[in-house]
Design a protein around this ligand. Structure first.
Ligand code: MN
Length: 169
C-alpha cells in the first residue's frame, strides 16, 4: 500500500564507465535489493562489469544466484569450474554481443586478455541478493585469519607460502 514507483527505480547510470584502477583491474557495479528495494522477493538483480586492459574479475562464487553474462565491449576470457570430484574448467573467449552463463554456486572468473582495450559486460543474477564470495579473499584474507596449520595442510605448502599469500590481503 505504501509502495511508490521510486521503490522500483534506480538512476544507476549503468551506461557509465567505472574506475578500474585497482589491483585486479576490474570493477563490479551491482544493483541488488539494497540499492533497489522493489527487487525484494523477485529473485533478480543486475550488474555492470568494467575491465581495464588485462583486468581480471577474480575467481568468485554467488551462493544464491546463477549469472547470465553478456559482453557489451571488448573481449573476455571467462570460465567456471564444476563441482567435485571432476572440477572441470569450462572456459571460452567471448566477444562483443556474446552471452555466457555461470551456474549457481560455481567458482567463475572473467579476464580481459587485450593489453590495449578495456572491456564491459552486463550480468543478470537470479536473486535479489546473490551474495559474492571472492575465493582468494575468503581463504587468505579472512578476519581473523584461518590458521597457518589449516591452510598449510589444505594447500600442501609450507608456512612461508601461506604467509606470503595472506600478506596480499
Ligand atoms: Mn559473478
Amino acid at each position: 500500500m505504501n509502495a511508490s514507483a521510486d521503490d522500483f527505480f534506480k538512476a544507476a547510470m549503468l551506461d557509465k564507465p567505472r574506475d578500474t584502477n585497482n589491483k585486479v583491474g576490474s570493477n563490479v557495479t551491482l544493483v541488488n535489493v539494497l540499492q533497489l528495494p522493489g527487487l525484494n522477493t523477485l529473485g533478480i538483480s543486475i550488474a555492470r562489469l568494467d575491465y581495464a586492459p588485462l583486468g581480471l574479475n577474480p575467481p568468485h562464487t554467488h551462493p544464491r544466484a546463477t549469472e547470465i553474462f553478456t559482453v557489451l565491449e571488448g573481449t573476455l576470457y571467462v570460465g567456471f569450474v564444476t563441482s567435485n570430484p571432476d572440477n572441470r574448467l569450462l572456459s571460452k573467449v567471448l566477444n562483443k554481443d556474446d552471452v555466457f552463463v555461470f551456474p549457481e554456486g560455481l567458482i567463475h572468473f572473467q579476464f580481459n586478455p587485450n593489453p590495449h582495450k578495456p572491456a564491459v559486460a552486463i550480468a543478470a543474477l537470479s536473486s535479489q541478493n546473490p551474495g559474492v564470495i571472492t575465493i582468494a579473499n575468503a581463504v587468505f584474507g579472512s578476519n581473523p585469519p584461518i590458521s597457518d596449520d589449516i591452510l598449510m595442510k589444505a594447500f600442501q605448502v609450507d608456512k612461508k607460502i601461506i604467509d606470503l599469500l595472506q600478506a596480499q590481503f
